[in-house]
Design a protein around this ligand. Structure first.
Ligand code: PAN
Ligand code: ZN
Length: 178
């Protein structure tokens, strides 16, 4: 049987896919482009592991995966995921945090945004039509599990083009919305 290490957010076995996002992969995501350029592009910002028991695009299936967002900042902005709407807009998702502290930034299609605090045990239901981005506001890795429909797909282009309507910035080490 496939199994996971709950606390580290990693899989022991199974048909696992893995992606690593480094600073060089995240051009245009952070506000302070000069600070981004001055940093080592090799720096890992986050990694994702997930299991696909059915083929991507299959209707009514589910995927299960974890994300580890490293602690860090680009200028005043905390390390975070790119964030996306689901390509099939009405598809929802669950996130649950196992370690670290962060902010889940949520934004609907009218660009109205809201935030939920991520802390060990926090459970987040992300409804359809809602872009989502996880921001690590602490100084340890932010680790969370997620479950999403296998036909949700990911629309990164809308966020690459227009961004989120709010950013999470560090002021005196504390997160503020900007
Ligand atoms: C998550 C995310 C993961 C990485 O599994 O894909 O946290 O974030 P980005 O996909 O925005 O780079 C999820 O929301 N899946 O749908
Ligand atoms: Zn998603």
């Amino acid at each position: 049987m496939p199994s996971v290490d709950w606390a580290t957010g990693r899989f022991h076995e199974g048909q696992v896919k893995r992606t690593v996002k480094r600073l060089r992969d995240l051009e245009g995501i952070f506000e302070d482009t000069a600070a981004w350029r001055a940093m080592d592009g090799d720096t890992v910002v986050y990694s994702v592991e997930w299991e696909e028991r059915v083929q991507e695009g299959t209707e009514a299936g589910l995927f299960w995966g974890s994300t580890v967002v490293e602690p860090g900042q680009v200028g005043e902005e905390f390390f975070m995921t790119r964030g996306h709407f689901h390509a099939k807009r009405n598809r929802g998702e669950y996130y649950t945090t196992v370690q670290g502290s962060g902010i889940l930034l949520l934004m609907d299609e009218a660009r109205c945004s809201r935030v939920e605090e991520m802390a060990p045990g926090s459970l987040h239901y992300i409804p359809g039509f809602t872009a989502h981005r996880a921001v690590n506001t602490g100084n340890t890795p932010l680790i969370f599990w997620a479950c999403w429909p296998s036909d949700a797909g990911h629309d990164y282009e809308t966020i690459a083009e227009h961004g989120f309507s709010q950013r999470v910035l560090a002021r005196n080490g504390l997160p503020v919305l900007g």
